[in-house]
Design a protein around this ligand. Structure first.
Ligand code: F6P
Ligand code: MN
Length: 295
């Protein structure tokens, strides 16, 4: 089944948006080889942008502006929320145009992450109406939810997104993907990591958040980029990374947390807000919240 048919029962503006992002992702997937260099600019987080980060950002923003259905847009590569004043629709989009882009040079999987709101994007993640990501690996896959299950499509040899797996439920597996340096772990986090290791969890951390969470979704376990000594809010971004991926994993029967509360319940106070991230199975998320409540 093709993506367009799968979206048949969905609200028309959401359907159009998911399809549009799918089309743009096909363009992005063909543009990697010639844009591997670093640019001379940094984003608001002080990270050096790749030519690809800027290009993916530009093509996505241009398309969403043209769509007329998106009014508010926040991108990880932009300092402020953009408002398209000529829009007739009122969708709000949060965007990490190319997550994991520093891995392009070593040919590991990277992805585009998108969260969709009705209206304002500076809202708790649980107010999202849809979230999706495209993973550019050996396969290009598109995973989406409109709160009716989580579904994955693969770009086939004819350039069409066709159904690969419907109603994905997070598995019960023993993988952990831990960011940050162990010597800087905070107390509750260290206890939790030690508990996972004692239970035989295997480490899998590529440095591409979207790819690492995708693996957890399929194989079970947990991804974390915690707060740590000197950076208690961690590295990753609430709006662009944590919320959309956390929303998808939660829809698939998992959970997400900042180590204390559900990430999706947090009211953001800035577009650039960072947050400690835990995304994965319910039991791993319950365990970190319990251990943190005891320290
Ligand atoms: O977008 C930031 C990011 O590249 C994520 O994709 C990834 O999980 C993380 O940073 C890796 O950070 P580090 O290089 O500190 O392990
Ligand atoms: Mn990112």
């Amino acid at each position: 089944m093709r993506l367009e048919e799968h979206l048949a029962g969905c609200e028309s503006d959401l359907k159009e948006l998911v399809l549009r992002i799918g089309e743009v992702s096909k363009t992005i997937s063909k543009g990697f080889a010639s844009r591997q260099s670093h640019s001379d600019t940094h984003n608001v987080y002080g990270e050096q942008q790749m030519a690809l980060d800027k290009w993916a950002d530009e093509v996505l923003i241009a398309d969403l502006r043209d769509s007329g259905i998106v009014r508010h847009l926040a991108s990880e590569e932009q300092p402020d929320i953009i408002e398209f004043e000529n829009a007739t629709g009122n969708l709000g989009v949060v965007l990490d145009p190319l997550d994991g882009s520093s891995l392009i040079g070593v040919n590991l999987a990277v992805g585009t992450i998108v969260g969709i709101y009705r209206g304002n994007v500076l809202a708790p993640g649980r107010e999202m109406v849809s979230a999706m990501y495209v993973l550019y690996g050996p396969l290009t896959t598109l995973t989406y939810t409109v709160k009716k299950g989580v579904h994955e499509f693969v770009l086939d040899d004819d350039g069409q997104f066709v159904l690969q797996e419907e109603n994905i439920r997070i598995s019960d597996g023993k993988i952990y993907a831990p960011g940050a340096l162990r010597k800087n772990y905070l107390e509750g986090h260290l206890k939790w990591i030690e508990a996972l290791e004692a239970e035989g969890y295997k480490i899998r951390f590529s440095g591409s958040f979207v790819a690492d969470v995708h693996q957890i979704l399929h194989k079970g376990g947990v991804f974390t980029y915690p707060g740590f000594v000197g950076k208690e809010q961690g590295k990753l971004r609430l709006l662009f990374e944590a919320n959309p991926m956390g929303f998808i994993v939660t829809e698939a029967g998992g959970a997400t947390s900042n180590g204390k509360v559900d990430l999706l319940s947090i009211q953001p106070n800035a577009v650039s807000q960072r947050v400690p991230i835990y995304i994965g199975g319910k039991k791993e998320i319950e365990m970190i919240e319990k251990l943190n409540s005891e320290v």
